[in-house]
Design a protein around this ligand. Structure first.
Ligand SMILES: Nc1ncnc2c1ncn2[C@@H]1O[C@H](COP(=O)(O)OP(=O)(O)OP(=O)(O)O)[C@@H](O)[C@H]1O
Length: 266
């Protein structure tokens, strides 16, 4: 059964790696709310702290300060009951399990009943029909990423966290996933937070785009995307789409100078 989408709150959330003169401030205290059922894209320069922020929301990284609330609950508790799913750049599939086995395992780990129809449906949706019984080593990087996305979605989590999930997927498949997957989130009303380096992908997928500054991550622009859904491939050529892309790109370039240095050097 699908979980109700939660509101996600970050209260004074910060993360510094290391200590003393070599300390690296990845995220400076951030207070943010992600509305229930909305898709928010995080864009920002490489190394600015996007993954760190996402990992703290997922409960995979301890904040140095502040807290995360997912429907008012701590991330770890939500993750343990399968209420949130995470897909990262490197698709961490179990190498000894088939595609089908990897997707089905997510249900077992969340203590949900087996659901072969849901597993088969998601494998079809991500375009891996015919590869159900293949193991990860027999798949391309992009296929592994798609299998990981199917695994994420099978528990119908209330919160979906995606870190460059389409990084190794070819352009055509990426566009198809960009159009098809949001329909699924939309039907279920999933709260989704995703990190992407592609500004047009951010616009195509999201209801809101947060532009982050160079490290330490701070929000420099908060841009609502009021394009109708479902989004269509032809939209990427429309003026209103291109205007949003320009606005985000301007936010990125106005974000300030790169700061990939230890704290002591700033
Ligand atoms: N485990 C760690 N130990 C020390 N420093 C870290 C660690 N993880 C990340 N950092 C540093 O924190 C900063 C932010 O990293 P993060 O991976 O969050 O950036 P990002 O915006 O996701 O980057 P990219 O877009 O390149 O994936 C970087 O300077 C990185 O070197």
């Amino acid at each position: 059964m699908a979980e109700a989408p939660p509101e996600v709150t970050c209260q004074g959330l910060a993360r510094t790696y290391g200590a003393g003169p070599d300390a690296v401030e990845a995220v400076r205290p951030l207070t943010l709310t992600f509305a229930a059922g909305q898709t928010t894209a995080l864009v920002g320069p490489s190394g600015c702290g996007k993954s760190t922020l996402l990992r703290m929301i997922a409960g995979l990284e301890e904040p140095s300060a502040g807290s995360v609330g997912i429907g008012g609950q701590p991330p770890l508790a939500v993750r343990r009951r399968g209420g949130l799913s995470v897909a990262f750049q490197e698709a961490a599939l179990l190498p000894w399990r088939t595609v089908e086995g990897n997707v089905a395992l997510a249900l077992r780990l969340a203590r949900r009943p087996a659901d072969p129809a849901a597993v088969a449906g998601l494998i079809r949706l991500v375009g891996l029909e015919g590869f159900e019984r293949r193991r990860p080593a027999e798949l391309s990087g992009g296929m592994r990423q798609r299998a990981a996305i199917a695994r994420c979605l099978v528990t119908a989590p209330g919160l979906l966290l995606l870190d460059e999930p389409f990084g190794s997927v070819d352009e055509l498949t990426r566009l198809r996933l960009n159009l098809d997957l949001p329909r699924l989130w939309q039907e279920r009303g999933t709260t989704t937070i995703l990190v992407t380096h592609s500004v047009s992908e951010a616009v195509l997928l999201s209801d809101r785009v947060l532009v982050l500054s160079p490290r330490p991550a701070a929000v420099v622009a908060d841009i609502p995307v009021r394009l109708p859904r479902p989004r269509r491939a032809a939209m990427v050529r429309e003026t209103r789409f291109l205007d949003l892309v320009d606005e985000i790109a301007a936010g990125l370039s106005e974000g300030g100078a790169a700061a990939d240095r230890p704290l002591a050097a700033q």
